[in-house]
Write a protein that binds this ligand. Sequence first.
Ligand SMILES: [Zn+2]
Length: 281
Amino acid sequence: MLIHRKWIAFAAVTLLLTACTDQNTATSDEKEPAEEQAVSKEEQETEEVKKEEAAKEEAEAEEKPEEVAAADPQYRINSANWSAQPITDASEKVVLVTIDDAPDKHAMEMAETLKSQNVPAIFFVNGHFLDTDEEKQQLKKIHEMGFAIGNHTNSHPNLRDLTEEQQTDEILQLNETIEQIIGEKPKFFRAPHGANTDFSKQLVQDQGMVLMNWTYGYDWEQQYQNAQSLTNIMINTEFLNNGANLLMHDREWTSEALPDIIQGLKDKGYGFVDPEAIEGI
Ligand SMILES: [Zn+2]
């Protein structure tokens, strides 16, 4: 995460510099700040005007960091179909990659595949995959590689079968576990089986997490539990549309199919949503 944070800081500085440059360019017909000062002396501008300019500059300087922060979100999860919709002029032709039931046996390999293809993703994790030090290290590594971590409940129950207290435990315990490992709470939540309750939806919102189900996924169906069939359906399904939220799992056949799935999506002209660019609550 350190690396990632550094990158964000670098990007923020770059944006800031770009913003400054743009501003300079936009006002280049007028005067550069140094020149302005010199000329203003010659012209003997009143103190009042100078003060006004100084106040304006100060206000602009204060605005800039906020502009950088506010410029980050580019997509919003549409709760009608769970797709990622641009809220800026960001590309519409994108998909969101999500990997559930992690980190089990294949999450690291899947993270490496995605990283090598420069594809961001959300890993939705479960508490029962975070019992051992090795599993915790895997989560930490996946996070440090730049992937977003989502809450998929502590023990993968159907929330509709649980009391409100049990639902609370399932969600909050895992938030704590994740925070202990990666140093921050997860931004995203996905219910096992996509089975949300009114109570869990409210709880997730109160926790400031973005809730999502998915648009399509196939790797749990018997006929797609091999790399070839899975690759074929993932890139040729009629449900592949702009903003589609793709559900895959930490499974052997999915891990094996992942390079070809990503390549197939790229060949069809799709880009990939960066979870960091998804609007928060
Ligand atoms: Zn699951």
